[in-house]
Design a binder for this molecule. Structure first.
Ligand SMILES: [Fe+2]
Length: 453
């Protein structure tokens, strides 16, 4: 029996031998899993009576009529149907968790911004009360755009459950370890891994090792998928087998419980008398997943020049305009730099897309100082950015031998929509007032005469 709450060894997905207990490999597979033998109907979805007295129920993550290659749904066989997992709702306030549109008259989002890490705290904060929205983009009501958040978690949710009808949630831990007990199974998550919780899936977040801090991208739009590799071929970048979806696990616990629902940017609470994590068996392709960022195989320039950062895309959430993402999740990890006669760091740049970065660990090559683990930066739509003076001078004068960028892991949430700062990001979070001064020292070298300066 694989019931939730059973301790089990931590999963180390970068182990180079063996498969990973408790998880099934693949991205978007049609999985099937049962926590009790014979619980999953075979050959049909809706038998007249299900084994063990379970109720059959479908969770639709896409419209019924979505194209076959995008259609996602999961069949659940559960102790009670979901209609028993909510009752009357009351609205509640989670004042730090904002949704788009959240455009504030006294906040200037136009600019280049950088933040130090949001400080750890001894205050009691759960996954819900510890969520701090930094930016919002698009409109949650029309299911376009995103929000970026920092989470600070010091406490487990106890008999308290959550789902977001607004969004799928991409989690990027930076410190501490969390356990996501979901309707479809358990994901243990630690820094250097990411997880995706689908829209509508009920879960509870427990603190395994704290305090926990990390980044969240809330995707209001079409689901994340793997980017096409084009001429790169069938391998490298993020490989499907390295994504791990949990096996079925259920709770049969009758105790007063609450379920919080995020719906159209507002939070609602309902009270029930049992755990809603009661799915004994399931099959389908709409499921939570985790991925170890250390399995990301970067591909880059091997002779000269610096490719666009899209070469490091891990996941992309389409917007409906081909090639123009609602969100790209991009990873800057350890890699070799070998380009000849080349300015190797990221070039200076203005972009129709807006770029929000976070540092998971180490030092980022375009900014040797100031962008620290746990910190974030925002280079909004059409705002210039690029290496600071030290990075520019260092890279312009470096002896260009092969060099390993080591001890570095940063990421970017890049969206086609401008990102608006929340009041928290503008006034409460540790904003670096002098960030834009990092370009002050860049000198005019041009004097009208030819030659390398
Ligand atoms: Fe950029």
């Amino acid at each position: 029996m694989n019931q939730q709450g059973t301790p089990r060894g931590m999963v180390r997905a970068v182990d180079t031998t063996g498969t990973v207990e408790g998880y099934m490999p693949g991205f978007g597979n049609d999985f099937e899993t049962e926590a009790l033998p014979g619980a999953l109907p075979q050959g049909m979805n809706s038998p007249q009576k299900c084994n063990y007295g379970l109720y059959g129920e479908q969770l639709s993550g896409t419209a019924f009529t979505a194209p076959s290659h995008q259609n996602e749904r999961t069949w659940c066989y559960r102790i009670r149907p979901s209609v028993k997992h909510t009752h009357r709702f009351e609205k509640i306030e989670l004042p730090y968790w904002k949704s788009a549109p959240n455009v504030l008259p006294d906040v200037i989002s136009l600019g280049q911004y950088r933040w130090d890490p949001v400080a750890r705290t001894d205050a009691a904060l759960t996954w819900l009360t510890g969520m701090r929205t930094m930016t919002t983009a698009g409109d949650v009501n029309t299911q376009v755009g995103m929000a970026s958040h920092i989470y600070l978690v010091t406490e487990s949710m106890v008999d308290d459950y959550f789902f977001s009808a607004d969004s799928e949630i991409l989690i990027v831990p930076q410190e501490g370890r969390l356990r996501f007990c979901t309707e479809l199974g358990i994901i243990d998550l630690e820094p250097k891994e990411i997880a995706i919780i689908p829209r509508g899936l009920v879960y509870r977040v427990e603190l395994i090792e704290g305090p926990a801090r990390g980044f969240v991208c809330e995707n209001y739009g079409q689901k994340f998928e793997l980017p096409g590799r084009g001429p790169i071929g069938a391998n490298c970048m993020a490989n499907r087998r390295d994504f791990k979806t949990p096996v079925a696990a259920f709770e049969d616990r009758e105790v007063p419980s609450t379920v919080t629902v995020k719906w159209c940017g507002q939070f609602h609470r309902t009270r029930i008398g049992h755990s809603p994590l009661d799915v004994v068996a399931w099959h389908g392709n709409y499921a939570p997943v985790k991925y170890d960022l250390r399995t990301y195989c970067p591909v880059g320039a091997i002779l000269f020049d610096h490719p666009d950062p899209s070469i490091f895309t891990v996941l992309t959430a389409p917007s409906g305009v081909p090639g123009t993402a609602n969100i790209d999740f991009v990873l800057f990890r350890e890699r070799w730099m070998v380009a000849e006669n080349t300015f190797r760091p990221p070039w200076y740049h203005k972009n129709i897309m807006s770029e929000l970065m976070g540092n998971i660990y180490g030092q980022y090559d375009a900014k040797p100082q100031g962008f620290v683990p746990g910190g974030m930066s925002l280079h909004n739509m059409m705002l210039p950015h690029g290496p600071d003076r030290n990075a520019f001078e260092g890279a312009s004068n470096a002896d260009l031998k092969p060099e390993k960028l080591d001890n570095t892991m940063s990421f970017m949430f890049e969206t086609r929509f401008p990102q608006h700062l929340t009041e928290f990001a503008a006034k409460e979070a540790p904003l670096q007032d002098d960030y834009i001064d990092c370009w002050l020292g860049l000198e005019k070298k041009f004097d009208g005469t030819p030659g390398v300066k």
